[in-house]
Write a protein that binds this ligand. Structure first.
Ligand SMILES: C[S@@+](CC[C@H](N)C(=O)[O-])C[C@H]1O[C@@H](n2cnc3c(N)ncnc32)[C@H](O)[C@@H]1O
Length: 217
């Protein structure tokens, strides 16, 4: 219960960064990890670990000798994660993914990042980096509260499947994406002309989770 209150407090203080009102449910956690072939995962990445719901499940499933990089922007959460998961490599910003994964690449990137809250240019830049950081055949799994990311992900990955998880607050869509070949160049532009990475557009759509019920879909 305390965990949930703490989470809600964080959301109220920083809704754009936290992105959800409650930690992910066990149902969403299971859906996020479904289909991951743990025996073949040498380098795993989690983006936006928050309170460590997915982190704990990944930690329990991964090979002890695998490399596990965990990114969490909030310093307080990061400190707690590092003390709970001593063998994971904790880092602050998902924007450093490519650099920190290095040339070897990652077999799997699992994301709790609230992409829908990010400026379009930042979202595109993160997706480009994720795609580039994955080894051929690597898998990218993300969840969102809408289907808004469908086009962007389909344009970047060879394969994508979706799973709706109703038993989560709010209900979520899991996106599972895979590339068959090594990425050479990004198929979509990093930013539109005149669109700075850090600034938002006034007409940017609010994600479903942050809209009042009367605003609808
Ligand atoms: C929706 S929460 C995910 C929580 C957790 N994975 C779960 O499912 O309960 C999103 C998390 O992403 C973190 N975050 C946002 N932007 C980030 C960034 N650029 N790099 C790393 N973490 C980020 C936030 O601080 C927040 O803890």
């Amino acid at each position: 219960m305390n965990d949930h209150l703490g989470y809600l407090r964080r959301f109220v203080a920083s809704p754009g960064q936290i992105g959800s009102i409650a930690p992910s449910s066990p149902f969403l956690t299971r859906a996020m990890l479904r289909g991951v072939d743990w025996g073949g995962m040498c380098t795993l990445v989690e983006l936006g670990a928050g309170t460590g719901v997915f982190t704990a499940a990944i930690e329990a499933a991964r090979l002890p000798e695998s490399r596990f990089l965990v990114f969490e922007k909030e310093a307080g959460l990061r400190t707690k994660l590092q003390s709970r998961f001593a063998t994971a490599e904790l880092h602050s910003d998902a924007a450093m993914l490519r650099e920190l994964v290095g040339d070897g690449g990652a077999d799997c990137v699992i994301s709790g990042l609230p992409f829908a809250n990010f400026r379009p240019a930042l979202r595109r830049s993160l997706l480009r980096d994720i795609r580039a950081a994955l080894r051929p055949g690597g898998i990218f799994v993300a969840f969102q509260y809408s289907l808004q990311m469908r086009g962007e992900l389909r344009g970047r990955f060879d394969e994508m499947d979706l799973e709706l998880v109703l038993r989560n607050v709010p209900p979520a869509v899991v996106y599972r994406c895979r590339n068959r070949v090594a990425p050479e160049c990004d198929p979509l532009p990093v930013a539109l002309p005149g669109e700075p990475l850090a600034a938002g557009r006034p007409d940017e759509r609010q994600p479903l989770a942050m809209r009042s019920p009367r605003q609808g879909g």
